[in-house]
Design a binder for this molecule. Structure first.
Ligand code: ADP
Length: 258
C-alpha cells in the first residue's frame, strides 16, 4: 500500500504541475494578446489621418484645384490639422498613454458648427474609396468647449463604425442641437442596428457583438469604450437609439459650460 500511496501522490503532483504550467502559458498568451490588441488599435487610429493626408496632397496636385485659391487654402488647413493629429498620436504611443485614466484635457472654445464641419470634411476625405452618403444639419450658433484632439477621436470612432457596420451604402446623418445647458451631436447610420440587450454592453472595454455572419468586420471592441471615456472626461454622456436591421443613432451630449 505504501507504494500505491506514493504513486498516487506522484501522480497528483505531476497533474498539478501540468495544470499550473498550462495555466501560466494561457495567462502569458492573454497578456500577449492584449498587447497586440493595443498595438493594433493604435495602428488603426493612424489610418484615418493618413488617408486624409494622402488625399489632400493628391488634391493639391490637380490642375482644377491649382486654379482655386480658396480650395488650396482649405486643403492646406486639412493637411495641417491631420499632421498635428498624427504628431499627437505618435506622442501618445511614445508616452504609452492611451489609458483613459491619463486623459488630460486641453479645452478650447470654438464654434460647434465650424468645428464639426471640419471634422466631417476631413473624415469624408479619408473615406474616398467607399461611397458614403453624408447629410448634416449643423445649423446652431453655439460655442462649445472641448479638447479638439480627443473629441475628434470620439466623433471619428462613431463615424467609422457607421461605415464598418453598414450592410448597404452607408448613409450617415449628423445633427447638432443645443438646450439651455447641453450641446448634442447625434450621428445616425443605416447599419445593422444594435439590440436592446447589447446596447447595455456596447460601451464596455473589449466588448464586441458576435459578428460571425457579417463579412470581414475587424475590430477590438475598444473604439466605443475609448469614445465613452473621452465623453465622460468632458462631463458628458452617450445615449444610443437603435433598431435591429434599420440603424442606430449615437448621441453625444456635453454640458455647454464645463
Ligand atoms: P469594434 O468596432 O472595434 O468592435 P467598438 O467599441 O467601436 O469596437 O464597437 C463595439 C461593438 O459595437 C462592435 O463590435 C459592434 O458589434 C457594435 N457596434 C458599434 N457601432 C455600431 C453601429 N454603428 N452599428 C451596429 N453595431 C455597432
Amino acid at each position: 500500500t505504501g507504494l500505491l500511496v506514493l504513486s498516487i501522490l506522484i501522480f497528483i503532483l505531476v497533474i498539478s504541475l501540468l495544470y499550473y504550467s498550462i495555466k501560466n502559458l494561457i495567462t502569458q498568451k492573454k497578456i500577449a494578446d492584449i498587447k497586440t490588441d493595443f498595438v493594433n488599435n493604435i495602428t488603426h487610429e493612424f489610418k484615418t489621418p493618413l488617408a486624409t493626408l494622402t488625399l489632400a496632397t493628391k488634391m493639391l496636385e490637380k490642375d482644377q484645384v491649382k486654379a482655386k485659391p480658396d480650395v488650396i487654402d482649405t486643403t492646406i488647413k486639412t493637411i495641417n490639422r491631420q499632421s498635428s493629429r498624427l504628431q499627437k498620436l505618435l506622442d501618445q504611443v511614445l508616452d504609452n498613454s492611451l489609458g483613459a485614466e491619463q486623459l488630460i484635457l486641453n479645452k478650447t472654445s470654438l464654434n460647434a458648427n465650424a468645428y464639426v464641419t471640419n471634422v466631417l470634411n476631413d473624415f469624408m476625405l479619408s473615406t474616398k474609396d467607399h461611397t458614403v452618403e453624408l447629410t448634416k444639419d449643423l445649423d446652431t450658433n453655439i460655442t462649445i468647449s472641448v479638447d479638439t484632439f480627443y473629441f475628434t477621436t470620439a466623433l471619428i470612432n462613431i463615424l467609422e463604425n457607421a461605415i464598418k457596420y453598414a450592410t448597404d451604402t452607408p448613409k450617415i446623418h449628423c445633427n447638432l442641437s443645443a438646450s439651455a445647458t447641453h450641446f448634442t451631436v447625434a450621428i445616425t447610420d443605416n447599419g445593422i442596428g444594435i439590440s436592446e440587450h447589447h446596447k447595455k454592453q456596447i460601451l464596455d472595454k473589449f466588448f464586441r457583438i458576435d459578428q460571425t455572419q457579417i463579412h470581414n468586420v475587424k475590430g477590438l471592441g475598444l473604439g466605443l469604450y475609448y469614445t465613452n471615456e473621452i465623453v465622460k472626461a468632458h462631463d458628458g454622456n452617450i445615449s444610443i437609439q437603435s433598431q435591429l436591421g434599420k440603424g442606430s443613432t449615437f448621441n453625444i451630449s456635453i454640458p455647454l459650460k464645463s
